[in-house]
Ligand binder design. Structure first.
Ligand SMILES: [Zn+2]
Length: 248
């Protein structure tokens, strides 16, 4: 570990890297970055925690909790030449290092700038009635039902179908991520009447300079114009230009 610190110090000359492993550990514990060690099955089946804290083998794959002693003794012999050291101490085969939540939260509150962000959802007075975040008034039930809906098999299949359909689309649009329902409502507020399907299509398939997104869109729009559904010259999105045919 100290070697790694040396390496880091060489690589990042501008930063303050602790001199030794001991120093690093001291800093970490001051920051409440301490962790809890939990023994784990070497095959990741379970943790030796709670009721299983004193188990010797994994409940599922029956692998020993400890490192094989023989191999460790060989290691010790080759490394130190002294076989007798800690011959009987068992070493866990795998350890999970767990950072408890409470000190992590406390650490976030240590810095006044971060603490402000941590309390934002409760203290921020900017509530304009638009729901952008759960704190704006989504109840737990609503959120749960949304999540359930998203993960329902039916919904997942629908998402796949939609993705396939999107791939087949050859005409790009300029509508961005705004849903058509909202755009329709906006157009309704602007013109006072419910926009027809053709008008909506025209609004999201023309660019700001009133040109069409591509030839295909142009063809579709002119076919609408021929059938009298829209007038291609003046139904522009959010232009506000009033049109005699719109003012009915
Ligand atoms: Zn296991």
């Amino acid at each position: 570990m100290t070697m790694i610190l040396d390496l880091l110090r060489d690589a990042f000359t501008f930063s303050r890297i602790p001199d030794s492993y001991y120093e690093a550990k001291k800093t970490i514990s001051k920051l409440c970055l301490d962790y809890i060690k939990i023994d784990a099955c070497p095959n990741d089946c379970m943790l030796f925690l709670g009721n299983d804290a004193n188990e010797k083998t994994c409940k599922y794959c029956h692998t020993s909790r400890w490192k094989p002693i023989k191999k460790r003794n060989e290691d010790l012999v080759s490394a130190t030449g002294k076989e007798k050291i800690k011959k009987k101490t068992k070493k866990p085969a795998k350890i999970l290092r767990y950072f408890p939540l409470k000190p992590r939260l406390q650490r976030l509150f240590m810095c006044s700038k971060i603490a402000k962000h941590m309390r934002w959802h409760a203290e921020d007075g900017d509530r304009d009635g638009v729901t952008r975040h759960p704190r704006d008034g989504i109840t737990r039930d609503q959120w749960t039902s949304f999540v359930n809906y998203r993960y329902k098999e039916e919904t997942q299949n629908m998402c796949k179908r939609n993705a396939e359909n999107r791939k087949k689309q050859t005409v790009p649009h300029t509508g961005g991520s705004k849903p058509n329902s909202r755009r329709r409502a906006e157009m309704m507020a602007e013109t006072g009447s419910k926009p027809r399907r053709a008008q909506l299509y025209l609004a999201i398939h023309t660019k700001k300079d009133a040109s069409y997104v591509n030839e295909q869109a142009k063809e579709i729009c002119s076919s609408y114009a021929v059938s009298g559904l829209v007038s291609p010259t003046n139904t522009r999105r959010s232009s506000g230009a009033s049109n005699p045919s719109d003012n009915h």
